[in-house]
Design a protein around this ligand. Sequence first.
Ligand code: GLV
Ligand code: MG
Length: 326
Amino acid sequence: MSFKIVEQCTARLNRSELAVPGSNTKFLEKAASSPADIVFLDLEDAVAPDDKEQARKNIIQALNDLDWGGRTMSLRINGLDTHYCYRDVVDVVEQAGDKLDLIMIPKAGTAADIYAIDMLLTQIETAKGFTHRIGLEMIIETALGMANIDEIAAASKRNESLHFGVADYAASTRARTTRIGGPHPDYVVLTDPDEEDGSRVSHWQDMWHYAIARMVVAARANGLRPIDGPFGDIKDNDGYIAQARRAAVLGCEGKWSIHPSQTELANQVFSPSEKDVAQAQRILDAMEKAQKEGAGAVTLDGKLIDIASIKQAEVLVKKAEQIAGR
Ligand code: GLV
Ligand code: MG
């Protein structure tokens, strides 16, 4: 182990994160009873420029007046390159900051972007006498953000999560796709011709593998949650589940839902299975028994259990407890 201890961010369930446009009051009302672990109220790309001011008012009212039932609430502000950004922070946090858990910073490009929002938040929280600290979620969705991802992840004690914004990332890197997430028919490998009949097969690959794996490393190295972003085809549940599963395999803790129908799917994919939780509990029980008996090595079913599996088991059992308490 390194001498440096990685401090873990505030623990929250983040299996699903539902996007809700601030300009639509009906959607805001509906979101209050959503099964989503986190709801992010959007002032950025789902809101047209002419609607930004009204959306801010709607969100302030929704945060103050609706019963969000203990859900984690986030606000996606506009980018730091827009003139909306400072008012998004000042107006919403001054008027409803006591109901807000997180602020989501889109298109985070450098550590200084995080510093700027941290500074504003610190002033407002102090002036208003808030007793809780609002956390930060950063969307990695530009080439600049990806190039500076480690600095961004380490930029503030408020940081809680990194998110992969696949749509803007594709635009920024000029990837040849217009899809929002998912595979692409041109991103394939072609097998060698079959020796007998010369036939060849195309295997679809995951064009987002590097970006997500890179984000997972930056997030985990800084004690943050890595979260996979949107999947645009809201009618394709199987496609969504496949994307969520491959993100989970790489270490992501959750995925956005940009339509309510995706929320339960994310909750299912990112919840540990009963079988996994039971096995994790058996590992922890075996460890406790070995400790009581003063045995040096811990074994289960005839196999040695190492420290890494014990840590994984602890994480799994803790998550199951959080889900049960939801
Ligand atoms: C999310 O904001 C994205 O651009 O995919
Ligand atoms: Mg985006």
